[in-house]
Write a protein that binds this ligand. Structure first.
Ligand code: AMP
Length: 608
């Protein structure tokens, strides 16, 4: 018996960032022992004096001042012959040298730092070592086994180099997994039914698409395609070029200084990221001498700027489909990977090509590491069958006015399933609605688990109660929940995807079910109180509006009675939790306001 439980970690050894994850009964999760959200920059910095190596954000912080001793993009060198990397070597600031040949007599690429020479696996091992230490800090005991992911197009030499890196870092690499396969595993695909899956991976500088066939737990890569120089950086550049052109037109100034260009690049990226969640974003640049450049970019304009790049990714998808001899109709699921797939336009265009809603429930920067962890837990013999049932373990719904839980899908419903309910706004002229997706059996939102929050924006201003917002919950056969809010008149839509089973254990499900029984009485009272308070708000607002609308027509005595009744009812509803008392006061209020209602009706009749 070993002293510690068998732990196998999952590692995404990325070109720009690397992550480590672990899957337990709750599902896969990123290990964030570095305090940077779990993403370790894949950079190694050597101190020019001591030659000591540091990995991650520290190395990145010194990259500009130490170009010759900071190594990044080492993944591009893994398992490559010296001759193969000549193009990359020209772009990379550090020195790449030739090392004695391998068995096939190829000269290999290595990196020269001062007096020392490092092989790419030795450098990658430093990154893996840091990830391993993070995992050990997290678990409080040694970790020696890992699953590591590589791009689907990696050849044998590149895969072997990745294994070597693991070994040097003291890790037994129990399996090398293709990145797209890991992404599919993170979504729990391929567990039962046979399916064909597209993994669309659009990052900062690269684009890849892979088509996988999944059956009975095996994954076959049918085709891959991509472009090693296409990604979010191109989108940033579009915004930068636009600004540079306009600055020249308006001020006759060129943006040339490296520091200003770098600042503009960061502003452009911030605008791009902002446009993923707002209809417009403004970019401001202070050009000195009291010259201020300001430009608002609308989503539609941004979409026009990036259209040709997105079109190129879709072409790659079409080529991959041709290679696999498949049509879009034969694709069952599309999984989104990489930071640039957060852009709604990218999601929309990919969805249109494959005529489906792409999977976006998981963080696109983390999905590969999460999938590596799922594979690791399978290899470690972990079982997680209870929450993979074909029924929903707990009810799902949204937070409604006053903090109640409005259930749309009850527990123990068979999946796939769908439910729609129509909601409205509560304030006149309200143009946005916040939707909090909840899971649990209790009646109050505060006692349920929030799975995610999103906003439906840009609703045209209308009186309260007028907008009709259809909220639809759809759980597919893989247990992935899509929640969509759709305003009927403006046809505005917003949505979110989540995996309700992640983060829950069998025990927690039982506890939540038990609590709903234990607290049934209190919950019912709490729910009743919320409904009564909502009714008080509604009735008193209508009465105040009627008083204002009919002005002088309302006799002074009646006006005083109604105003007093409004004040009393509101203060009771605020201060008391006695449902019966509030209910009684609501009935009294209705009596007091009868003459006002009659007056309103006769005034309306006269108007017509
Ligand atoms: P990756 O290479 O997968 O880490 O992706 C990084 C790219 O994703 C960069 O170009 C980022 O600017 C971009 N990105 C990250 N978040 C967003 C977002 N919310 N909207 C648009 N692009 C994003």
């Amino acid at each position: 018996m070993s002293e510690h439980p068998e732990v196998i970690i999952g590692i995404d050894l990325g070109t720009t960032n690397s992550l480590v994850a672990f899957a337990d009964e709750k599902g896969p999760a990123i290990i964030d022992a570095g305090g940077d959200g779990g993403a370790l920059p894949s950079m190694i910095g050597f101190d020019p004096e001591s030659q000591q190596a540091t990995v991650g954000s520290h190395a990145r912080a010194h990259a500009v001042e130490r170009p010759l001793t900071t190594v990044y993009s080492v993944k591009r060198l893994m398992g490559k012959g010296f001759a193969d990397v000549s193009e990359d070597a020209q772009r990379l600031p550090y020195r790449i040298t030739k090392r004695a040949g391998d068995e096939e007599g190829r000269d290999l690429a290595a990196v020269e730092i001062g007096e020392q020479t490092f092989t790419p696996p030795q450098l990658s091992a430093l990154i893996l070592g840091e990830l391993r230490q993070r995992a050990e800090r997290h678990f409080g005991h040694p970790v020696s086994k890992a699953v590591i992911t590589v791009p689907a197009y990696f050849d044998d030499a590149q895969r072997q180099a990745t294994r070597d890196a693991g070994r040097i870092a003291g890790l037994d690499v129990v399996r090398i997994v293709n990145e797209p396969t890991a992404a599919a595993l993170a979504y729990g695909l391929g567990r039962s039914e046979q399916s064909t899956v597209v993994v669309y991976d659009l990052g900062g500088g690269t684009f890849d698409v892979s088509i996988l066939r999944l059956q009975e737990g095996t994954f076959e890569v049918l085709a891959t395609h991509g472009d090693t120089h296409l990604g979010g950086d191109d989108f940033d550049r579009q915004i930068m070029n636009l600004s540079a052109r306009e600055v020249k037109e308006q001020f006759g100034a060129q943006i040339q200084a490296p520091a200003t260009r770098q600042a503009l690049r960061l502003f452009a990226e911030a605008v791009k990221i902002g446009l993923s969640s707002s209809p417009s974003k403004t970019l401001q640049i202070d050009l000195g001498q009291q010259r201020q450049y300001e430009r608002t970019i609308q989503v539609a304009e941004f979409e026009a700027m990036i259209e040709r790049f997105v079109e190129r990714t879709l072409d790659s998808c079409r080529q991959a489909m041709r290679a696999a001899e498949l049509t879009p109709q034969q694709i069952d699921h599309v999984v989104m990977v990489g930071g640039s797939t957060r852009i709604p336009y990218v999601r929309r265009r990919v969805g249109e090509l494959f005529d489906c809603r792409p999977y976006t429930a998981l963080n696109p920067d983390q999905v590969v590491a999460l999938g590596a962890a799922v594979q690791a837990s399978v290899l470690a013999g972990a079982r997680r069958d209870v929450l993979l049932l074909d029924v929903t373990p707990l009810s799902l719904g949204i937070e409604t006015l006053g903090g109640a839980m409005g259930k749309l899908i009850r527990n123990n419903m068979r999946v796939p399933c769908q439910a729609t309910e129509t909601f409205t706004t509560f304030q006149d002229g309200q143009t946005a609605v916040r939707i909090n997706v909840l899971q649990g059996e209790r009646e109050l939102a505060a006692d349920c688990r929030s799975l995610g929050v999103f906003e439906l924006q840009d609703i045209p201003p209308m009186p309260s109660g007028m907008p009709k917002i259809d909220v639809t919950f759809l759980i597919d056969q893989n247990g992935i929940l899509s929640v969509t809010a759709f305003e009927q008149r403006s046809r505005k839509e917003a949505s979110i995807q989540v995996i309700p089973a992640h983060g829950l254990t069998r025990d927690e499900v039982s506890r939540m079910e038990q609590e709903s029984v234990t607290f049934a009485r209190e919950d019912m009272e709490a729910h009743r109180l919320i409904s009564l308070r909502n009714q008080v708000t509604f009735d008193t607002t209508k009465a105040v509006q009627a008083l204002a609308k009919h002005g002088d027509l309302v006799p002074a005595g009646l006006r005083a009675d109604v105003e007093r009744a409004v004040g009393e009812l509101r203060s009771l509803a605020e201060s008391s939790e006695n449902c019966d008392a509030i209910h009684q006061q609501l009935l009294n209020f209705a009596q007091v306001t009868v003459p006002l209602a009659e007056l309103a009706v006769s005034a309306t009749l006269k108007e017509s």
